[in-house]
Write a protein that binds this ligand. Sequence first.
Ligand SMILES: [Zn+2]
Length: 171
Amino acid sequence: MTSVVVLNASFELLGIVPLRRAMTYLVRERAVIVESVPGASIRSAEADFPLPRVVQFREMVRVPYRFRAATWSRRGVLERDNRTCAYCGRSRVGTTVDHIMPASRLTRVEADTWLNTVAACLKCNGYKANRTPEEAGMPLLFQPREVTTRDTLLVAVTATGADVVALGLVA
Ligand SMILES: [Zn+2]
């Protein structure tokens, strides 16, 4: 538990920093603790200090970078869709990646994009084959969305144990 989530004054997610860095923000009163680790504290001679899990800057800081589209990967598609088949809606069976517009009609670069791929079960993927959803009569049950570096960061934030829902970081 050595990573701390940092939010802007507006509650925007900024990133994750080592505990030591977060402590300097707190000691310099640049940030306040939004969420601490229950039952944990940092001991010093004078007093116990809550162990921060999420801190928030008191004043708006300029965001040094913008989130961008993450690099496409099969694993990323399956995780994004929670392995739910986009065609039959069954959960945990979407273990293959289907190209909505068949890959055979596109170049690799055009085919392997976040918006052209969804998780699908083996059965649906095999039945659809080299057809579009329209041609196969298999409407998508959900629309694919682009995965960004913010999603990647959110996975890391969740791993710190921070309550991403309570913090308003996910819808
Ligand atoms: Zn299916």
